[in-house]
Design a protein around this ligand. Sequence first.
Ligand code: 13P
Ligand code: SF4
Length: 309
Amino acid sequence: MSVATEKRLIAKIERLKRERQAIIIAHNYQIGEIQDVADFIGDSLELSQKAAQTNAEVIVFCGVHFMAETAAVLCPNQTVLLPDLDAGCGMSEMITAAEVRALKAQHPGAVVVCYVNSSAEVKAESDICCTSSNAAKVVQSIPADREVIFIPDQFLGAHVERQTGRKLILYNGYCPTHFRIMTSELAEAKAEHPGALVLAHPECTPQVSAAADQVLSTSGICTEARKTDHSEVIVATEIGILHRLQKENPDKEFIPACKWCDCAHMKVNTLEKLLWSLEEMQFPIAVPPSVAVRAKTAIDRMLEISKAK
Ligand code: 13P
Ligand code: SF4
């Protein structure tokens, strides 16, 4: 797209945003053009918190379906739009509500902790949600004598086990995008950049996480990248985050641990689709009230725990 076309698109998006009293929120993995036009960018927890707080009539959610659904659950009186309904999530599709019910039947009395990367139906079957930035805190809030079922991400679950020293009942879900990051490739990047700091997302395999200096949520990676004195940082997560990292830290070099760690779902949103979304008010995300009410309880519990010191 030419610079002039991009400018025209952005001007139209800005005008419609004002007319519709809309806010554009975007995940850290969105393409650079969307990050640049968004009112707010962040990780899953920050985006849920932003959705819970905003008075905007329309929330255009540039992220994936489960994120827009979480916003719709938290904002039943506002319109939540997802620019492309194909923005799914490989991990969230790995578990159904029926599978959660089966797990609960196998482990009666266990507390179900559900990573937000899941459908509203799955959240509705769960006791409490978590994100990558608060999963350990959420698990620590549960009495030590209670069994905990952790769904659906086995690798985030394994990371929480290491952080808390607690044994969890893990499900076998994982992120197909983060699964592409291989320890051999990371080792090569480390050999080429021996002084670099290595930051990884907890959706990486335990082997990749073990080779990192820190394991953090996407916004945690952005914060650490700003704070560090290292001039080179190897980043083991989805490559969309590199735009924000480079923009916020022009004097540092960011090296992807895997150049192919690209989430196709996150990348279906484009500037054109964002404009159409505002023009046509497409695609509204709604959750049936009977599901929303139960999913909201699990999300609200997480937001409460996140607020507590
Ligand atoms: P964050 O909550 O860390 O932004 O992660 C969301 C996600 O989908 C990672 O793949
Ligand atoms: Fe889902 Fe993985 Fe994409 Fe995150 S990166 S949205 S977990 S498929």
